[in-house]
Design a protein around this ligand. Structure first.
Ligand code: TRP
Length: 343
């Protein structure tokens, strides 16, 4: 029997920050190290999903390549024969299967998706694209084409995963019970990956919200391409409190706890162990300075690794994966085309 497939996508977006790194990129890479061999690991760049809301199209191509370089710089084992890294739009079966799945999807079902509701709130109807509405159907195609059973995603995506299971089950019931592989339910996914998939780093200025690239001042966010000295200053001026103790208490000391989380991630340690080291200290200066130094070191090292990534290797990796994955995707597409009477 062939290996079960773990599949996930990371959106192209030029200015990734340390929240994306520790919340998404690094967990995906750790997962690949841990599970490739026992599983096949499919990672892809959902470039067709990139403009369901408006973007600067002049930058997209460069951003797609950049994400691939980031994966490699961050240590994705691309030479492992069980790891694939590919671009969605280079495998046309994604678009073709989406259309077919569209015709078996109720408008009501898509209207109820919380991500659609959130993203379309406060936007005039003519400015909400059909692409945004259709987003979950393309995502279902991304998953079903490769018979993937494990899909590590954040909580904001579990509804889309349930939708994928639903459409696969309905098509199987209607046409042939072997037509599509139904991904495992969310509970089973949590058993493999742990429930807490990716920690959410908070904004440095306003630790009640998560770190997000849409922060206009940029002061609360540390981007992977920030100058290490600039990042150091951002940490030193992060919001804290006047409780005068370095303790891990996200509810009462959200700013300090966020910095503890960041330091623990950088050291591959736990928030509790970091807090213990500073037990009894009543000033935040030393703790902030250590965090700032480690963030600056991390960025300097990461940026050096990124500069060393060989663009030819990136291109070869993508093209080789796309060649193999196109075969699998086209097999699934053909099965569905036959089932619905197109072939
Ligand atoms: N929607 C996902 C996100 O925003 C990205 C994505 C697209 C994806 N297609 C996917 C994730 C298929 C997992 C499987 O994060």
């Amino acid at each position: 029997m062939s290996k079960q497939v773990i599949l996930t996508g990371l959106r192209a977006n030029n200015d990734l920050h340390i929240g994306n790194y520790f919340g998404a990129l690094k967990p995906i890479i750790d997962m690949a190290h841990k599970h490739a061999g026992d599983y096949q690991v499919n990672l892809f760049i959902p470039d067709l999903h990139s403009f369901t809301t408006p973007i600067d199209h002049g930058l997209l191509k460069q951003q797609i390549n950049h994400i691939a370089r980031l994966y490699i710089a961050a240590g994705l084992p691309v030479d492992n024969p069980d790891v694939y890294l590919y671009r969605q739009s280079y495998i046309s079966a994604h678009s073709e299967l989406t259309w077919i799945l569209d015709c078996f999807t109720g408008m009501g079902q898509l209207t109820r998706m919380t991500q659609f509701k959130d993203k379309s709130a406060n936007v005039g109807a003519d400015n909400i694209t059909a692409g945004l509405f259709n987003y979950p159907v393309l995502m279902a195609a991304d998953i079903l084409l490769y018979n993937a059973t494990y899909i590590p995603v954040g909580d904001d995506q579990t509804q889309h995963l349930e939708f994928t299971r639903d459409i696969a089950q309905r098509l199987n019931a209607k046409f042939d019970k072997e037509l599509l592989t139904v991904p495992h339910e969310v509970k089973t996914q949590h058993e493999l990956f742990g429930k807490d998939q990716g920690l959410r780093i908070k904004d440095l200025q306003d630790p009640s919200k998560k770190m997000s690239k849409s922060d206009e001042t940029g002061k609360g966010v540390i981007f992977l391409n920030d100058d290490p000295e600039v990042a150091r200053k951002k940490i030193m001026s992060a919001t804290t409190d006047s409780l005068s103790k370095v303790s891990y208490d996200p509810k009462n000391q959200p700013g300090i706890s966020n910095l503890i989380d960041i330091l623990a991630l950088l050291e591959d340690s736990t928030p509790q162990l970091v807090a213990e080291r500073y037990a009894g200290q009543t000033m935040y200066g030393e703790f902030k300075k250590e965090t700032a130094d480690k963030v600056a070191d991390f960025l300097a090292t990461f940026q050096k690794q990124l500069a060393l990534v060989d663009d030819n290797k990136v291109m070869n990796t993508l093209e080789k994966s796309e060649e193999s994955m196109r075969i699998v995707a086209n097999e699934t597409l053909l099965r569905v085309q036959q089932a619905v009477g197109l072939r």
